[in-house]
Write a protein that binds this ligand. Structure first.
Ligand SMILES: [Zn+2]
Length: 484
């Protein structure tokens, strides 16, 4: 007994020493940089450019019959009117009529081009919520230091700040060494198959290979990361996959006064309940484990100790992260039942009960693994399982060791001193997914600053961006393009 206690004592001391040593050696991965010199811009004019763009309702509706071609054409004319230099000096082509591709030829054709992306379309304003907006959603109002409207953050701020940066650089006679492409898809909110995907195919046909791609996805988060005081710039180096699966159960139909012991609705609901109870496993896989390696050194000692010793605490941390929907989405393939259908009348048994479950697939899982998980979990031959439309596997994970990643990281810190930069996983989808054959370095980051109060505004009510925030975005792209 004494020997065992002695052994245990030694074990604990050694373990503590290892944990503490790892923690001491856990150095910050943030590069030291010299902040960039400020540039003077006409801030009112910049704000008006974006505000004008927000008045044009380039909405992506689920029902394609509602597509408003005139709005997209008006948007093109508006861009041409406010960015005449860009349209004169860059090659512009319309792809599939409504998406735009600009090429700014660099002086050194040996260098691989860079692609900056944004999207023209916005999500609809939910009917009957217009009156809840402080400023009408398509007014493009500039008030209280903010530019208001649908698309103010997602994603017209990005599109306009890129255009403003290019125009400012053209006006001062700047000529890039490296070719720069600007790609603005028109159906990102519907998956980008008509816009960004066609642009990617076009560039592939022309044998274009890209140094890196920069699209939306991550942002500068203020006060959103527990344990980290400074702003955290999250560069999405991967995005999750997507698949919706239909479950159907056939019934006999008939009068509800003499139901069978098990109804089709009951069988279906049990299957869905099983899927909720037995979720796919939560694990720290790239790039989420890498995120903690970047954030950990910036955290207080106790949290740092955990992050520095993921070899031991990985499992514990992953299960802790499942407690909250936001972090749960980062560690596992999520299960979201979204649709249910049964009988057409309250006293009629359905001949078919149908449900749809939407899964967002984490890197290192894939569509096949999800379908296999459903079959095993439901384990009931009466439930038919069918994958709806084409599922999409998660994107490849771009390497955080690549010099291109270090370049973007430095650029962010030069522009926003003190900001902690980290790789991250984008849990939604972006247009950049269509470009993974053109470059291994796909980054999803816009330099907009997001605070906790902003989170409900995307795709929601009162979407807005502060004028200061917008001007900083323009400065970021000016700095990036100059450096690239
Ligand atoms: Zn977007």
């Amino acid at each position: 007994m004494k020997r065992i206690l002695q052994f245990l004592g030694i074990f604990i001391v050694v373990l503590a020493a290892v944990l503490i040593m790892n923690t001491m050696r856990f150095q910050s991965r943030q590069p030291e940089v010299t902040p960039v010199a400020d540039v003077v811009l006409d801030e009112d004019a910049l704000a008006r450019h974006l505000a004008g763009g927000l008045t044009i309702p380039t909405v992506s509706y689920q029902d394609s019959a509602r597509f408003d071609a005139a709005a997209f054409e008006q948007f093109h004319r508006y861009l041409e009117a406010i960015y005449p230099e860009v349209f004169r000096q860059l090659d512009m082509e319309k792809v599939n009529r409504y998406s735009l591709l600009f090429k700014w030829a660099g002086s050194n054709p040996e260098l691989k081009p860079v692609l900056l992306m944004a999207h023209i379309d916005v999500v609809p304003v939910e009917p009957n919520t217009e009156s809840h907006w402080t400023q009408p959603p398509f007014s493009g109002a500039i008030a209280d230091g903010y530019i208001w409207g649908r698309g103010a953050i997602d994603d017209k701020a990005s599109l306009f700040s890129i255009m403003d940066a290019v125009q400012a650089l053209l006006q001062e006679g700047f000529q890039p060494q490296r070719t720069i492409y600007l790609a603005f898809g028109h159906d990102e909110e519907l998956g980008g198959n008509r816009g960004a995907r066609r642009i990617a195919e076009l560039l592939a046909e022309r044998n274009v290979r890209l140094e890196f791609v920069l699209d939306e996805g991550g942002a500068r988060a203020g006060g959103l990361m527990p344990g980290v005081q400074p702003d955290v710039a999250m560069i999405g180096v991967a995005e999750k996959g997507y698949v919706s699966v239909e479950l159907t159960v056939k019934g006999t139909g008939g009068h509800s006064s003499m139901p069978p012991l098990e109804t089709s609705v009951g069988i279906l609901c049990k299957a869905i309940a099983k899927l909720e109870e037995h979720q796919m496993p939560a694990e720290l896989v790239p790039p989420v484990d890498q995120m903690f390696r970047f954030l950990g050194p910036e955290m207080p000692f106790s949290m740092k100790l955990v992050m520095a010793n993921l070899w031991l605490f990985k499992g514990m941390l992953a299960s802790q992260l499942t407690q909250n929907p936001t972090t749960n989405a980062m560690v596992r393939t999520t299960t979201a039942p979204t649709m249910l259908e049964g009988s057409i009348k309250e006293n009629v048994l359905p001949t078919r009960a149908r449900g749809v479950v939407n899964f967002r697939i984490r890197p290192s899982d894939d569509v096949d693994a999800v379908v296999e998980h459903i079959r095993r979990t439901v384990n009931d031959d009466r439930v038919q399982i069918r994958v709806l439309a084409a599922g999409r596997n998660p994107s490849p994970v771009s390497s955080v060791e690549a010099p291109q990643f270090a370049f973007v990281m430095r650029t962010i810190r030069e522009m926003f001193p003190g900001t902690i930069v980290t790789p991250s996983l984008v849990v939604g989808g972006t247009d950049s997914k269509h470009f993974s054959d053109l470059s291994p370095n796909i980054y999803r980051f816009i330099p907009v600053k997001i605070t906790p109060g902003d989170l409900h505004r995307f795709h929601g009510i009162d979407e807005r961006i502060s004028v200061q925030n917008y001007v900083d975005m323009v400065k970021f792209y000016i700095h990036l393009i100059k450096k690239v």
